[in-house]
Design a protein around this ligand. Structure first.
Ligand code: ZN
Length: 181
């Protein structure tokens, strides 16, 4: 540290792949977990036109604290304080019950930084896409629809940061209840 921009992004991808290596996505396809952070970073780069390496690195690392026991200090040491701060902003407190965490996401979404909002919007877009295309086998339709309703409430707090992401989210959330493509 500090690394040159492209190297920062690639190192973050590599670190996230290592930390998520034993995890799979919940969908019926059970794809390797790393496909998710890679998808979030790709949405930001391709659809939202984000070329800021700090935001892209944070997107790649966004689930490492919440889901792999990685600490913010580790991320700060390897990728810098700015990346660590964004990842922390999009990390839920897992000591809280799920219903409380979900409520807090709605309450806090409008207060986080612009970079964190971009990561969170792209994360929600990827999650609702995955849910529609490859819902977890043990999720009944009501649970999938409940996720869509909740995701919309979180997303609505962050409108205006990226018109492109707003449009994609409107389109995807409007497909609620339709499965497959
Ligand atoms: Zn995620």
């Amino acid at each position: 540290m500090p690394e040159v921009p492209l190297s920062l992004v690639l190192s973050a991808a590599s670190f996230a792949a290592e930390r998520h290596q034993k995890q799979r996505r919940k969908g019926v396809d059970a794809v390797p977990y790393i496909n998710h952070p890679l998808g979030v970073a790709s949405v930001l780069a391709r659809d939202a036109g984000v070329d800021d390496p700090v935001t892209l690195a944070a997107a790649l690392l966004h689930d490492t604290i919440e889901d792999t026991g990685t600490t913010a200090a580790e991320i700060a040491a390897l990728f810098g304080d700015e990346v660590a701060a964004i990842v922390l902003e999009v990390t839920d407190d897992k000591s809280l019950p799920s219903s409380v965490r979900k409520r807090k996401q709605i309450e806090h979404a409008s207060t986080i930084s612009t970079r964190a909002k971009l990561v969170k919007l792209a994360d929600k877009l990827c999650n609702v896409r995955d849910l529609r295309r490859s819902p977890p086998t043990d999720w009944p339709a009501e649970r999938v629809n409940g996720y869509f309703d909740w995701a919309k409430k979180v997303v609505d707090q962050m409108r205006g940061v990226s018109p492109a992401l707003d449009d994609l989210l409107d389109e995807e959330l409007g497909k609620r209840g339709e499965h497959g493509d």
